[in-house]
Design a protein around this ligand. Structure first.
Ligand code: GLA
Length: 394
């Protein structure tokens, strides 16, 4: 089992500092920040429908260490290897009226997007090194953690008003305009606002958040990485979003948050079978998420687990964003007594599942999934962690 300790963060920061010294003439960086990845416990594909989500921040982070420089140049080095992409990029700070554009290497687009939309200025140039232990493309929000780390780094160079909601929204905008991914707000919100020992219920319409304690020592949140990523994700996500918008329009509602199952049934004949199914998932999932938050609050784990399973089935059958690998992992987990629930997590088409279980059966569950899964899975277990942080360098 991997990941999940504060000491990992210390190691990550130390590694980034070492690379920084080598890359930037032997001097130490003066700024260090971190931002976590996330796992979503329930509330999938509900954020862009103005619904509820219930994620927690992971003890897996993207860190950035760096220093300002006086010549207006931004120089970025990443220690994260991406096939066929350069690990170093350099460009001038955008001057007023000018604009950064997305391009190659693609990993740098998340950083550029946040620089472009940053809420204070003028920014100085800077040198920075990025390191991360959030698995890339695993559906644990490696990109949101990079965006939020970047914003937190820029706040140290040129302070803004520290409004956490505005910060998360800028990071989401970076993703929309520089990574061309029309995501909702969940990933950036939890990476900014996560709290140790808590999941976060986010109302994606009012943008209000509510902490739900998650500290029971008898409970384990297990993340299983299928280690597959089907290429559909890029095109299917915007399609799902559009289908939900279409359904809301047919129902005469601003979003599916305002729609009930009765509304949907009444207008079933006015939409295609596919759009109907997408809406049925979104409306059902929004309701499930509020019920799940109540169950977690009152420590009714059996009930929570049932809702997780219902969520998975709906994502598989109605929303059609699961895949055989994720279904296999969920079925295998559910075969072990002591497992409360299991489901795919994140956008889908690969990536990870999240499983809630009694801690006493953790080893058994791992062994069973390993045995049953037709490919090779990776396991992580982490406690809910804090959102983005600034670290004081010794
Ligand atoms: C991705 C997006 C999120 C959310 C999930 C699905 O992670 O970035 O905004 O829509 O998919 O719940």
């Amino acid at each position: 089992m991997e990941g999940g300790r504060e000491s990992d963060l210390g190691q990550l920061l130390a590694a980034a500092r070492g690379v920084y010294k080598t890359a930037f003439g032997g001097v130490d960086p003066v700024i260090a920040v971190s931002a976590p990845g996330r796992v979503n416990l329930i509330g999938e594909h509900t954020d862009y429908n103005q619904g509820f989500v219930l994620p927690m921040a992971l003890q897996m982070w993207t860190v950035m260490v760096g220093s300002p420089r006086q010549d207006g140049i931004i120089s970025i080095v990443t220690t994260v290897e991406v096939a066929e992409e350069s690990q170093r990029v350099q460009f001038p700070v955008p001057v007023e009226g000018g604009a950064l554009k997305p391009g190659e290497p693609r990993w740098a687009n998340y950083v550029k997007g946040v620089i472009q939309h940053y809420r204070a200025g003028p920014l100085p140039g800077f040198n920075v090194v990025i390191a991360s232990n959030v698995p890339l493309g695993g559906g644990l929000s490696s990109s949101a953690s990079l965006e939020v780390a970047t914003y937190t780094f820029l706040q140290q160079l040129c302070p803004d008003d520290e409004d956490p909601v505005a910060k998360a929204l800028v990071c989401q905008k970076a993703e929309h305009t520089f990574a061309m991914m029309p995501c909702g707000i969940m990933d950036q919100f939890i990476s900014v606002m996560g709290k140790e020992g808590h999941a976060l219920l986010i109302d994606c319409r009012s943008l209000e958040t509510c902490l739900v304690p998650l500290t029971d020592p008898n409970l384990v949140v297990l993340i299983t990485n299928s280690n597959v990523r089907h290429t559909l994700t890029g095109s299917e996500y915007p399609t799902r979003r559009r289908q939900c918008e279409e359904a809301a329009k047919v129902l005469g509602k601003p979003s599916l948050r305002e729609a009930s199952m009765a509304d949907l049934e009444a207008s079933k004949s006015l939409m295609s079978g596919e759009v109907y199914k997408r809406a049925r998932h979104a409306i059902g999932e929004i309701e499930r998420t509020t019920r799940a938050a109540e169950a977690l609050q009152s420590r009714e784990y059996e009930r929570f687990g049932q809702l997780m399973v219902e969520s998975h089935n709906s994502l598989r059958d109605d929303y059609e964003v699961s895949c055989p690998e994720l279904d296999e992992l969920v079925s295998a987990a559910l075969e072990v007594p002591g497992v409360y629930g299991s489901r795919m997590t994140g956008g889908g088409f690969g990536g990870c599942t999240v499983t809630l279980l009694e801690s006493r059966v953790a080893e058994k569950v791992l062994a069973h999934i390993k045995d049953k899964y037709s490919k090779t899975a990776t396991f992580y277990s982490t406690k809910p962690s804090d959102g983005a942080k600034v670290h004081h360098l010794p």
